[in-house]
Design a protein around this ligand. Sequence first.
Ligand code: HEC
Length: 449
Amino acid sequence: MPLTRRKLLAIAAGSTLLRRRAFGDPTPGLIVNSARPKDYEMTLAGFKEWITPAADFYVRNHHYTPDVNLADWNLRVDGVVNSPVTLTMNDLRQFPAVSHIAVLECAGNGRSFYEPHLPGMQWKQGGVANGKWTGARLRDVLQRAGGVRDSAKHVLFSGEDVPVGKQPKFQRTVEIAKALDPDTILAYQLNGEAIPLEHGMQLRLVVPGWAGDSWVKWVRHVEVLDHEFDGFWMKTAYRHPTHPVAPGTSVPPDQMVPVTDLPVKSVIATPAGGWAKPGRVKISGAAWSNGSPVTKVDVSTDNGASWRAATLGSDQSKYAWRLWELDWKAPAGEYKLMARATDAAGRVQPMVEDWNPSGYLWNVAAPRPVIISRLAPAAAASATPSSAAHPHGFQQACLTCHEEDIIRMQKLTAAQWEREVQKMTGWGADIKPEDREAVLDYLSANFKQ
Ligand code: HEC
């Protein structure tokens, strides 16, 4: 039977769908911040569930996703251990399996809220998820390598991800005390299934209570060091000042320390979209900390003038997030909602941002505007993307390793753009001297603070 035009169209549509939902592609529960390398953010709807389905987990990649060859996969464990070993996945499964339900949050989650704005992936609330991680204790694995020698100070984890251009390889260290903590695991499962490729298949370091930068994906090599590691991702990136600095200050990396613990934080997930009908409105969300249990979440509907305690969800686990909710009899009007979490260690979410030069660990109890009205307000016009034509040389210099999405989300000064272009040139951007000024003008004019 000859194919009708209609059938052909249906087949074409079907195959597009199949292609669009191929392995590793974002689900509707994710917002694409960068298509290449993959950086996907969870939507606010994700804060309704205690355990985040793997498909809705945010993705944070500095590099391109590797091809992981399962057939000849193994893990090398060496450095200052007594007898270096190479282990197969089967060997790893022989260790006692340990599971933690733990929050994984990108250190840069909330970066887009910092003012003055900072370069980097512009995460809003969704660079975070809560999953069940299962694997072998790192200390059991190190014990199999004869145990660490007395000189051991740090453990270095190298991922298989593929650096883009001249980007330094993604390698991070964890100090020996945290590495030997019985809760630190080399996980091979997320939510009871093999860890999906985007999340680090076959093996991901799980450092519960710490920010995601330490949760190295695609681990193939564990090396125990008797010294501090000098790599870019330890010495330049993922550092923050130990003391408050004035917004906009530039702080040399040697006056900062690596990001480790997550701060106490809450997110308001509903009412979604900044609007609800008058009457009974459920204000709800999730709250978490560094492994110290969240003991209360206070909610304000009047921009912080008065507070009421929310009801905490019954699901709880040391490193997991806690869901919370509060019923509000909402009269028509315009409000500013706030949520402020406290943990058992007495840490409380701050009301004012503690600005830091790379925009890490945002946890401010920030006001969230909401309109209570019978009719939904007209949708605000979304920001129109710049329609300015690309200057000569821009495509070749800037859109080879990634798309323009990474660039469009930035709001930077001319000086910050100058530094970004410098950084990208270091990573291999081929910007011709004669095109440089026009490219910088284009960036500073279209994507500014
Ligand atoms: C050699 C590859 C390469 C080229 C060419 C390149 N970039 Fe990038 N750029 C990257 C990678 C990789 C990232 C993601 C870094 C990360 O996630 O840590 C990135 C990230 C960015 C970011 C986000 C902020 C940051 O520093 O992570 C901006 C802005 C950016 N690039 C701008 C540009 C501009 C403008 C150009 C052209 C002058 C350019 N890039 C050319 C590789 C490149």
